[in-house]
Design a protein around this ligand. Structure first.
Ligand code: DQA
Length: 147
């Protein structure tokens, strides 16, 4: 089973940006924990980060061509307005889990709306790095049930 974890715009700055919201773990720390959990669960995990919307869309298109079994995505601020990312994700047949480090619903109103939430299996927000790890676990469980 192959799971793709996508990190969107500005998420390469985890560890340096607003630790009260995002903690101190870097993206490399998060990726290392995801790869370790993937090994524990017996699935191949690949991670990808970009600050370019088109590059993210093309990585999602590649995931479609590769027939990945599940996608975990933290789209960063794109979550709240990118119909391009939404449309790319909607092409995928596999389960999609939306994750956020911070509790977006307890923050500014513009963060309360996600343009991808309704095409995702579900959303996990507010648990820091655990949001990703829970997202990976539930994506794998869901994909296993679907197969
Ligand atoms: C975020 C929440 C978004 O609102 C924000 O734009 C981010 C990070 C999170 O992980 O909590 O960049 O997706």
């Amino acid at each position: 089973m192959n799971v793709l974890v996508l990190h969107g715009i500005n998420l390469n700055m985890f560890g340096k940006r607003d630790p009260t919201q995002y903690g101190t773990a870097t993206l490399a720390d998060i990726d290392a924990q995801l790869l370790a959990l993937g090994q524990e669960l017996g699935v191949a995990v690949e991670t990808f980060q970009t600050n370019f919307e088109g590059a993210m869309c093309e990585r999602i298109h590649q995931a479609h061509a590769d027939q990945v079994d599940a996608v975990v995505i933290n789209a960063g601020a794109w979550t709240h307005y990118s119909y391009g990312i939404r449309d790319a994700l909607a092409i995928l047949a596999c389960p999609i889990v939306e994750v956020h480090m911070s509790n977006v619903h307890a923050r500014e109103p513009f963060r309360h709306h996600s343009v991808i939430a309704d095409i995702a299996q579900g959303q996990i927000a507010g648990f820091g790095v655990d949001s990703y790890l829970l997202g990976l676990r539930t994506a794998v469980n869901h994909a296993r049930k679907a197969n």
